[in-house]
Design a protein around this ligand. Sequence first.
Ligand code: 4NP
Length: 154
Amino acid sequence: MPDPIRSVLFVCLGNICRSPLAEGVMEHLAEDLELVVDSAGTGGWHVGEPADPRSIEVAERHGITLGSRARKVREDDFDEFDLIIAMDRSNLEDLEALRDGGSAELRLFREFDPEAGGEMDVPDPYYGGPDGFDDVYEMVLRGCRKLLEEIERR
Ligand code: 4NP
């Protein structure tokens, strides 16, 4: 049996679109568990900023308030979190390159999406229109539900 998961960190590139949405949805779904949930970015361009207004808007429409501020991934995140989830394969590669020890389990978000159909990336919606954020929300919701099932089993 794998180790229990008490903390999860979602990681994307800017930490303003995809991973804050995953953080907010997971916190919402896991509100009855004592789970630590956070998000971070591999890039630092938006450090200190709130989530992108389009992520805030789609979350708000589903009754979820995003309060996160962007931060960069740190080396000690690999010690502090039981599970680190990359939103796409490029984020996963960046995390693997940054890693210097630590016991965190590293996974790809869409491993948890039952409708991924072999597509491994949560697409970056930053440069697209608002529909992209609706699509990302649906993927994030499906993936977080599965992730919650796994956490409850472990
Ligand atoms: P995210 O989207 O990785 O889902 O937060 C992005 C946000 C900002 C940038 C890239 C991706 N950027 O290049 O500023």
